[in-house]
Design a protein around this ligand. Structure first.
Ligand code: ADE
Ligand code: ZN
Length: 324
């Protein structure tokens, strides 16, 4: 099964650029920016990366982010990510970038976009095609939404395909962001908010109803509402499922307890993703392997999961055909 999974041409739809920073990159950044308070020894850093809960995860994530200080840091992240993807035969990825946070941390928008563009060009030369999702850090409210939309519409970098919403869900209602998702959609960007990762099915309903989400980031809690499960299956709205992430942030107890089985049985379009891979000790191949062995999937069922991701991607149809 391992070599079968490796050989599948894969697509990843849910991973965050900052969350893709490997341990070596983070160590290098931590030593360069000691004021960020990120451990500068490997063993200590590994302990720092052991998440107690979702809030602790976000704290670590924000600490790593605060060490990105220039174009070269962004470029290095993109190239490092592409290297990790290429090693797993991942041919295309939609990567979530949060320009608002980088600018808040002191980079200029020009540095962020130049780093993305040069990193993307280098990635392409190693056979990995990267697309961007610009997301609103929801906890920073409407100012963040306004700025993120402005970055998306005025800069419109090559490869930008979608508009997202991440961060904590509790107390951060999805509906308030509706005008921004409307404007992004009118400009041709697809809506892909996180929903139902850390809160219940009502957040997923709101993402669908208010933000007109085309895919849902996580959607883990959908199984608590049979009507929602039926709706997702009937409308063919894909879920970007991130099993190891959900275990590591303690949203589910183990892969065996993850509702991915129920989702598949209900006919929901499930895609497998890593979210923040080195943070969670995850790889995309590892996600396929864990789900395949836990659910005793056949080779054909595993291939179907990879196909789901290709079909749910925002690649043009002609490009999808090549990957199927
Ligand atoms: N930012 C990075 N990873 C995230 C996740 N899994 N959920 C919400 N916000 C995030
Ligand atoms: Zn995420």
């Amino acid at each position: 099964m391992r070599s079968f999974i490796h050989a599948l041409p894969k697509v990843e739809l849910h991973l965050h650029l900052v969350g893709s920073a490997g341990i070596d990159t983070v160590l290098e950044l931590a030593r360069r920016h000691p004021e960020a308070g990120v451990p500068t020894g490997r063993a200590e850093l590994e302990r720092f990366y052991t998440f107690r809960n979702f809030d602790h995860f976000l704290k670590v994530y924000w600490a790593v982010q605060s060490m990105l200080k220039g174009r070269a840091d962004i470029h290095a992240l993109v190239v490092g990510l592409a290297r990790d993807l290429a090693a797993q035969n991942v041919r295309y990825a939609e990567v979530t970038v949060t320009p608002y946070n980088h600018v808040l941390d002191g980079l200029s928008a020009d540095e962020v976009f130049a780093g993305l563009a040069s990193g993307r060009a280098e990635a392409l030369s190693s056979g990995v095609d990267l697309a961007w999702c610009f997301d609103i850090p929801g906890e920073k409210g409407l100012a963040a939404a306004r700025e993120t939309l402005a970055f998306a519409l005025t800069e419109r970098p090559e490869g930008l395909v979608s508009f997202g919403l991440a961060g904590p869900e509790a107390g951060v209602g999805r509906a308030q962001f509706a005008p921004f998702f409307d404007a992004a959609r009118e400009a041709g960007l697809h809506g892909v908010p996180h929903a139902g990762e850390t809160t219940g099915p009502e957040t997923i309903w709101s993402a669908l109803r208010d933000l007109k989400a085309e895919r849902i980031g996580h959607g883990t809690s959908c199984v608590q509402d049979p009507a929602l499960v039926e709706h997702l299956a009937l409308k063919g709205i894909p879920l970007e499922v991130c099993p190891t992430s959900n275990v590591r942030t303690r949203q589910v107890a183990s892969i065996a307890d993850h509702p991915v089985r129920q989702m598949l049985d209900a006919g929901i379009v499930v895609t497998l993703n890593t979210d923040d891979p080195p943070f969670f000790g995850a790889t995309l191949e590892g996600e396929y392997l864990a789900v395949a062995s836990t659910l005793a999937l056949s080779h054909a069922e595993v291939a179907r999961l990879a196909e789901n991701a290709v079909l749910a991607s925002f690649l043009p149809n002609a490009r999808k055909t090549v990957l199927l």
